[in-house]
Write a protein that binds this ligand. Structure first.
Ligand SMILES: NC(=O)c1ccc[n+]([C@@H]2O[C@H](COP(=O)([O-])OP(=O)(O)OC[C@H]3O[C@@H](n4cnc5c(N)ncnc54)[C@H](O)[C@@H]3O)[C@@H](O)[C@H]2O)c1
Length: 393
């Protein structure tokens, strides 16, 4: 497959590293950038035969089979509309839109044009995420009750992220979009997100947007997806997820403290890992960043899906739902109340059972808790099915 990358910045280079640095059958054939010098340099670095400063030309070029959007958030809609017009498969980085309205316009444009539309949510493709999801789907931790996803770092690397208008918000739209989609996958994408309660504040930087936030997303089956985001966390990039189920627990740490620790006096000036604040002292490097951040699995899924006329794991519809949840989070941060998630076109299930009777112990009792105490005594706490009384054995 011949690919055009729109953008030559931070994420465009990560994508090119994934597609070019490893031997893959997919070829980056075109790159678009505003600045001719940077675009030429990008083309040279990754051996890309065509480059241009004309967005439409980079999309409609006859040798381009699919387009990757790696542009600032305020340019995603324009780029998606150009792909729809040219009828080219499109893969868009996160967040899909700056808000639900923009994301819905992108979804509708792609569906109207009948083009493939994949959502590049890399953190839903990390090896740890994929293994966690398959364990959950196999029933290893029972029914998911509560998920917690955290992304925090010392703040983004380009000016436009800090501009509320261009980015669509602050840390919530930038980092929370990952956390929300991670939790949605664990709870079940079929389950409707109903309402959001969110605290957000600007704690450190002279900006209009929030640089810290915590939110709770309540799903129709009663599950809670918690997100924690920060642009003022010191010490690197903290990417952690937790899933709490009725039969088990999953904890993952995707970046810091992954089992690779290094000490350096700082000689050599080496790159350590994304958002690392230091290259001296005890360090937490990441072995293969593009792999550990999910980019390899993500592009494999995307290009396989295009070739086989299938849906990828992450679609524009998912991107739209994430934006709708984030809209409710911003509304809640303003009103300080639970705010509804407004979804124009819900495609998941509408039959959800919120009431869970509990585990049956025998024909007369539900089991509440079983525990062996330090004394060796075994305690069994039960609920009488008929009277509702709590009893012990
Ligand atoms: N994990 C991830 O998936 C991940 C990580 C980082 C960024 N992103 C996303 O990727 C997108 C780009 O972010 P980035 O970190 O690469 O930003 P960046 O600032 O490093 O790069 C942005 C690119 O867009 C170009 N650009 C900026 N304004 C433009 C304009 N008006 N017209 C044309 N080109 C313009 C810049 O020249 C640059 O090539 C954003 O949507 C961001 O949220 C995703």
């Amino acid at each position: 497959m011949n690919i055009s990358i729109l953008g030559t910045g931070f994420i465009a280079r990560f994508y090119a590293e994934t597609l070019v640095a490893q031997r893959r059958k997919d070829v980056v054939n075109m790159v678009y950038g505003r600045s001719p010098d940077k675009t030429k340099k990008f083309a040279e670095d990754y051996n890309v035969p065509n480059y241009t400063s004309n967005l439409k030309e980079s999309i409609s070029h006859p040798d381009v089979d699919a387009v990757i959007i790696a542009l600032p958030n305020n340019m995603h809609l324009e780029a998606v509309l150009a792909c729809a017009e040219a009828k080219k498969p499109v893969l868009c980085t996160k967040p899909l839109g700056r808000n639900g309205k923009e994301a819905l316009a992108m979804l509708q444009a792609a569906e109207k044009a009948g083009i493939f539309a994949g959502y590049l949510e890399d953190l839903c493709y990390t090896p740890k995420f994929l293994k966690s999801l398959s364990s959950i789907n196999n029933g290893a931790i029972g029914r998911v009750i509560w998920t917690k996803s955290r992304e925090s770092h010392p703040g983004p690397h380009s000016d436009w992220f800090w501009d509320k208008e261009k980015a669509g918000g602050g840390a919530i739209i930038d980092l929370g979009c990952h956390c929300v989609e991670i939790s949605r996958n664990f709870i079940g994408k079929d389950i409707r997100p109903v309402e959001v309660m969110c605290w957000a504040d600007t704690c450190m930087h002279p900006i209009d947007a929030e640089d810290n936030a915590v939110g709770l997303v309540r799903y129709e089956n009663g599950a809670i997806g918690q997100f924690e985001v920060s642009w003022s966390f010191r010490g690197g990039m903290d990417l952690r997820d937790e899933v709490m189920g009725t039969e088990g627990t999953i904890w993952t740490n995707n970046f810091l403290r992954t089992g690779f620790e290094m000490f350096s006096t700082g000689s050599g000036d080496a790159y350590v890992a994304e958002k690392s604040e230091s290259n001296s002292g005890w360090l937490f490097p990441v072995g293969d960043e593009v792999h550990e951040l999910g980019y390899n699995h993500m592009f494999t899924d995307m290009f396989d899906a295009i070739e086989n006329s299938k849906q990828p794991l992450e679609t524009f519809y998912d991107g739209y739902i994430v934006n709708a949840i984030i809209d409710a989070a911003y509304q809640s941060a303003r009103t300080k109340k639970w705010e509804p998630v407004i979804i124009e076109d819900w495609r998941g299930t509408t039959e959800v059972n919120q009431h869970h009777a509990g585990t049956s112990y025998d024909e007369n009792y539900y089991l509440i808790k079983e525990e062996i105490l330090p004394s060796g005594e075994k305690k069994i706490i039960l609920k009488n099915k008929k009277t509702g009384a709590i009893e012990k054995r």
